[in-house]
Design a protein around this ligand. Structure first.
Ligand code: SF4
Length: 103
């Protein structure tokens, strides 16, 4: 099976860093000036490249973006968003990886 590389971030961490960069206006070094906080943004603690966000953080941000509407996240057509490939709460790169349950 051929795996599809997601558009935007090549890993969840990379996707989050690209998203933060877009959020503060695309300029490098501006992430230190982020006006967010731990409560309002699931990426706040990862904005400087430390730590490792998981897909659930991305899913949470997508639900915030779409005011909690899961159907809107599913139907999101903003394919140039760095989070888009991860919006459904799974990692397309890892699809089919792992053994699953063996009989
Ligand atoms: S992928 Fe879609 S729902 Fe998720 S943050 Fe980007 S624009 Fe919003």
């Amino acid at each position: 099976m051929r795996r599809t590389k997601p558009s935007g971030g090549s890993t969840p961490k990379h996707a989050v860093l690209l998203f933060c960069r877009q959020c503060v206006g695309e300029e490098r070094g501006k992430k230190e000036n982020c006006q967010g906080d731990e409560i309002s943004c699931p990426f706040y603690r990862f904005r400087l490249g430390k730590g490792r966000p998981v897909i659930a953080h991305i899913r949470r941000q997508c639900l915030i973006c779409m005011n909690g509407a899961k159907k809107e996240v599913l139907d999101c057509d903003t394919v140039n968003c760095s989070l888009w490939a991860y919006r459904l709460g799974n990692n397309p790169i890892r699809t089919g990886v792992g053994g699953g349950r063996r009989e």
